[in-house]
Design a protein around this ligand. Structure first.
Ligand code: BTN
Length: 237
């Protein structure tokens, strides 16, 4: 699946790079950057650039019809990364929708963006940021974020991690396309740290009861069930 790998020393953002150049890039191109000067996070935040991390974007060209899969697609990507990290001995967990946590702090974020339409085709750009071999994170994010190295006290082979992530993504893609998110739901639930917790969804307090068939967050609020398919979620530990 992944035949085109573009390595950049420095770029503003790998997601932005893919967006700008997508008409020249084949399906399943991966763009990797050693350094991002304007890394983007979800909710218009910035993604702090750490040394010796993984910052890459995957371009998937899809039929417009399939673009509604963007939410399950990002959940799927998070699950794949969690699985690979665990294979590498990391006891990671998933925070809905697709943050990867280790020891209560974030080590990986995913930003998926939809883009442009050309003759019935559109694309999903899946941006993946993993804090890998930096010794620590800057003061301003040290309460919420960490790196694989800071938690495990050893270095990781980033090339190996990238290859394993792309391979696992490719290996499971057909199951995802055939059965959708529900094929992965049990595994997702077993690593999801929101379940059973009181959480804040866009500032509203709720109890997280379940993960639905399409990956939505099923919560209880004032005795009623509410399904959340996007938004910012904070866990109250
Ligand atoms: C988040 O948790 O807010 C998502 C962070 C996504 C960061 C990655 S790093 C590679 C790609 N390029 C970007 O500008 N952002 C994503």
């Amino acid at each position: 699946l992944f035949k085109e790998f573009i390595y950049l020393n420095e770029v503003d953002s790998t997601n932005a790079y893919v967006k700008q150049n997508q008409q020249y890039l084949p399906n399943a191109t991966v763009v990797y950057a050693e350094r991002q000067t304007q890394g983007r996070g979800r909710f218009s935040r910035r993604w702090v650039d750490l040394d010796k991390g993984i910052k890459m974007s995957i371009l998937l060209k899809l039929l417009l019809l399939d673009l509604e899969k963007i939410v399950p697609f990002t959940l799927f990507t998070g699950l794949v990364i969690n699985r690979v990290l665990r294979k590498h001995g990391v006891e990671s967990f998933i925070k809905w929708s697709n943050d990867i946590y280790l020891n209560g702090k974030k080590v990986c974020g995913i930003l998926s963006e939809l883009s442009g339409e050309v003759e019935g085709f559109g694309s999903i750009i899946i941006g993946i940021g993993i804090n890998v071999n930096a010794k620590s994170v800057p003061e301003e994010i040290k309460d919420i974020a960490t790196t694989l190295k800071a938690e495990t006290l050893h270095d990781f082979d980033r090339t190996r991690l990238i290859i394993d992530i792309l391979k696992e993504f490719e290996r499971e893609l057909s199951n995802f396309e055939k059965y959708g998110f529900s094929y992965f739901r049990d595994e997702y639930k077993s690593f999801c740290i929101n379940l059973g917790k009181e959480i804040l969804v866009n500032g509203e307090r709720m109890l997280c009861k379940d993960i639905g068939k399409n990956g939505e967050l099923v919560c209880e609020k004032d005795g009623k069930i509410v399904e959340i398919s996007s938004g910012e979620v904070t866990i109250r530990f």
